[in-house]
Write a protein that binds this ligand. Structure first.
Ligand SMILES: C[S@@+](CC[C@H](N)C(=O)[O-])C[C@H]1O[C@@H](n2cnc3c(N)ncnc32)[C@H](O)[C@@H]1O
Length: 235
């Protein structure tokens, strides 16, 4: 690996999680985290756990959080939140595109500011669909493509740069379509903007349930026999 690749890796592994902690941890976002976590219950899968910014917002109906994220730095930054959390958190995997859990094994799922970043977001969503129980719901709070042409134009223009400097984040993913194309039916959706700057501020917030009519595609569970993972208990 050359020096430029090494610097790029250092940036995305060491710097980006710290920037995310600050930007996604803004006070204005806290009430939205409360709202998206409302109604989660039982064993909850979170893809893109990051530094655990959702942990303090989990309602008492959550019995356990099963966390997936590739970032070791994020996990270390979560230590204080985990120590203060009444909800046990098990780290079950690194990649939302390959979730090492059995089919129909979790009660609810959560993702916040993550579908912008996962390279194969559709594949990750299909994995979430696979591991959710038939009556389970996915709660989401994501930023994405604005319906305003003038904003969308800049979102498309700036996404190549954003991907490079922000760990793969896209400004211009149509989150509702990503979700419905992956075998979910959206039952609640609020779109609103956090204001300026407008490029990262258009939000998709809501709840989706498994669409039984959608044809599930073969994903990790089927391929790998969905072994139950050995869980790395944080708390
Ligand atoms: C912008 S951060 C959001 C973190 C957190 N969800 C929040 O609300 O603050 C995006 C997160 O997605 C994670 N991520 C990237 N690729 C991923 C993948 N393939 N599977 C799961 N998470 C991934 C990153 O490590 C990062 O923690």
């Amino acid at each position: 690996m050359g020096p430029i690749d090494r610097a790029a890796r250092w940036w995305s592994e060491e710097v980006v999680p710290r920037v995310v902690e600050k930007t996604c941890g803004l006070r204005a976002i806290a009430p939205l985290r409360d709202r998206v976590a409302e109604g989660l219950y039982g064993e909850v899968l979170e893809i893109g756990f990051g530094s655990g910014l959702n942990v303090p917002h989990l309602p008492p109906s959550v019995e356990r959080l099963l966390a997936i994220d590739p970032s070791g730095v994020g996990r270390r930054m979560a230590a204080t939140r985990l120590a203060a959390s009444p909800v046990p958190v098990d780290f079950v995997g690194l990649d939302g595109e390959h979730i090492p859990l059995e089919d129909a094994s979790v009660d609810s799922a959560l993702c916040t500011f993550t579908l912008c970043t996962i390279p194969g977001a559709n594949r990750a969503l299909r994995e979430v669909r696979r591991v959710l129980k038939p009556d389970g719901q996915l709660h989401f709070l994501e930023h994405g493509l604005s319906p305003e042409a003038s904003v969308a134009k800049w979102q498309h223009r700036l996404t190549p740069v954003q991907r490079r400097v922000a760990g793969g984040c896209h400004f211009d993913r149509a989150i509702d379509r990503l979700i419905t194309d992956s075998g979910f039916e959206i039952v609640e959706l609020r779109n609103h903007s956090l204001g300026r700057p407008r490029t990262p501020s258009y939000l998709y917030e809501g709840i989706a349930r498994v669409d039984p009519a959608a044809v599930p595609e073969s994903t990790f569970g089927a391929e790998a026999g969905a072994q139950t993972p050995s869980r790395d208990r944080w708390r």
